[in-house]
Design a protein around this ligand. Structure first.
Ligand code: GLN
Length: 539
């Protein structure tokens, strides 16, 4: 397909936030990919931050990192997990980035004395970023998800850009899927269409007619509701697509297939429909829904009350669980609630413990106590980023005998900085986009657990941190039994630590969870789940 033939699908949201536009976009993309189309998904975020890298997880959940080191919205994680195709900086754009780029151009004099305005300068910048992915010729279809809800002041330039693009490209090259909520009023015993009518009307006020409605609902939409929605919202009846609550997000592709979403999309875009090949997907679903075993994993972090903060870790457990035919019950444990007095009570019934990534001092002593317990009791342990750093600190303090060892992030005056700031980080002043980010190679030590898990010598994994294992303590730590089994080939930075005398104790400085997909469950997560299952059998 030539580059002019790239088709564009815009996904907007109405009535309420959190309806799952990302999952709908990813599921539609999956159905199109399963018919042989090359598809990518892009997210436009209307906030003014340049990227979510500086956002607290309480604001927007996990910050997802791509191979090229972009700190992005967590929806990109869903895109990768569903499609098994890497995303990049080009797949996530924020208002902050758009404005920064336009203002930089203005300073360089590129607008030749013109008054710089939202229309056309901001909208042109948005349109350019939308078309960028298609222009490369790598994709037949680009799905662009517009963050926020129609009617938000900050979404307006995006909606205006969609209007212009649709007008320029024509209805057979661009279409709008509007995701909306059909609330159920239990007192009246009825599903209500009025909020959807209003949000479609709001979209029309900006000159955009929704082509397809995807209706989130807790109850089946009967034919009279569908007729009513079609009539009032100006869409064909087969373009009213139900999206009923599902027990797992991985059911959504099949559910919207039954509703014929792919068919109406392909019809309008004048693309041929094929029978989607979802064989592998359905095998995964079958295993996910019918596990043979069940294990309990403790997830220790300081944002455990928020579902979205550790999104990629939770999804990686689902992929690895299915691969092992295991139901993984994740028990969230707040690190601030752990101390020497309750480790046994909190941890002794678990089959494995994962200590999560994080920043700052809050809750770290609880993490360290938990790691001491699982190390001593030979419970499988998986430490990710801060979790790995805490494992190094625990080992240094309690095995090597370096009393008061810490990370310079937590205690700049501690006697032993076993985790320390990288040299090139010391001059860094700006917080945004300045960590060690994105994919870096790592060489594995032959005979290590990591090597046997990855089954190759060189791996590439994604990073997001400033602090590192301090090389000065490496010999001392290794001679006591914690081994650096993965090292960056260029810098020598330690990427993986393992404890020899333990059934499964692995800490990684990188974030394996970002690369786990349905098609490719992450090997370390698979091995950790397997180790937890073995631990359960033996205890
Ligand atoms: N706070 C630690 C660092 O910056 C770990 C970061 C993380 O867990 N992502 O190095």
């Amino acid at each position: 397909m030539t580059q002019q033939n790239t088709k564009y699908i815009f996904v907007t949201g109405g009535v309420s936030s959190s309806l799952g536009k990302g999952i709908i976009a990813a599921s539609l993309a999956k159905l199109l990919q399963a018919q042989g189309y090359r598809v990518t998904i892009q997210k436009l975020d209307p906030y003014i931050n340049i990227d979510p890298g500086t956002l607290n997880p309480y604001e927007h959940g996990e910050c997802y990192v791509t191979d090229d080191g972009a700190e992005t919205d967590l929806d990109l994680g869903h895109y990768e997990r569903f499609l098994n195709v890497p995303t990049s900086q080009a797949n996530n754009i924020t208002t902050g980035r758009i404005y920064q780029s336009v203002i930089d151009k203005e300073r360089r004099g590129e607008f030749l004395g013109k008054t710089v305005q939202v229309i056309p300068h901001i909208t042109d910048e948005i349109k350019e970023r939308v078309k960028l992915l298609g222009d490369k010729g790598d994709y037949d279809i680009v799905i662009t998800e517009i963050g926020g809800t129609v009617g938000d002041i900050e979404s307006l330039p995006y909606i205006e850009s969609v209007r212009q693009l649709k007008w320029e490209m024509g209805n057979n090259n661009a279409l709008v899927v509007h995701l909306t909520l059909i609330p159920y009023l239990s007192a009246a015993g009825e599903l209500k269409t009025k909020p959807t009518q209003h949000s479609v009307k709001t979209l029309m006020e900006s000159g955009v007619q929704a082509d397809i409605l995807v209706c989130r609902t807790e109850h089946e939409l009967g034919s009279s509701i569908r007729t009513k929605l079609a009539r009032f919202c100006n869409v064909k009846e087969n373009c009213v697509i139900q999206s009923i609550d599902a027990s797992t997000i991985y059911d959504v592709p099949n559910l919207i297939l039954e509703e014929g979403l792919d068919k109406v999309v392909l019809d309008q875009l004048q693309l041929k429909r094929h029978q989607p090949d979802l064989e592998f997907w359905n095998i995964f679903l079958e295993k996910h829904k019918n596990p043979v075993h069940e294990i309990n994993i403790g997830l220790i972090g300081k944002y455990v009350e928020l579902q979205d903060s550790y999104k990629s870790i939770l999804e990686a457990f689902i992929h690895a669980g299915a691969a092992n035919e295991v139901k993984v019950n994740v028990k969230s444990i707040h690190s601030e609630h752990i101390d020497l007095s309750n480790t046994k009570e909190l941890l002794s019934n678990l089959d494995g413990v994962l200590v999560a990534p994080g920043f700052g001092e809050r809750g770290i002593e609880g993490k360290i106590e938990a790691i001491r317990y699982v190390r001593e009791h030979k419970i499988p342990f998986f430490g990710i980023c801060l979790g790995m750093q805490m494992a190094v600190i625990e080992f240094s303090r309690n095995v090597v005998g370096l009393k008061g060892a810490n990370s310079s992030e937590m205690d700049a005056d501690c006697p032993y900085h076993v985790i320390d700031l990288m040299e090139d980080q010391k001059q860094v002043e700006n917080k945004g986009g300045t960590m060690r980010l994105g994919a870096w190679d790592c060489i594995l030590l032959e005979g290590s657990a990591a090597h046997s898990v990855y089954k190759k010598k060189t791996i590439s994994e994604r990073h997001r941190h400033r602090y590192e294992f301090n090389e000065n303590y490496k010999t001392q730590i290794e001679s006591n039994g914690m081994i650096a089994t993965g090292v960056n080939p260029n810098t020598g930075l330690v990427e993986i630590v393992e404890i020899e005398d333990h059934p499964w104790f692995v800490g990684v400085q990188y974030h394996p969870e970002y690369k786990s997909t349905v098609a490719n469950p992450h090997p370390l997560f698979k091995a950790f789940i397997k180790a937890a299952l073995d631990y359960q059998k033996n205890n």
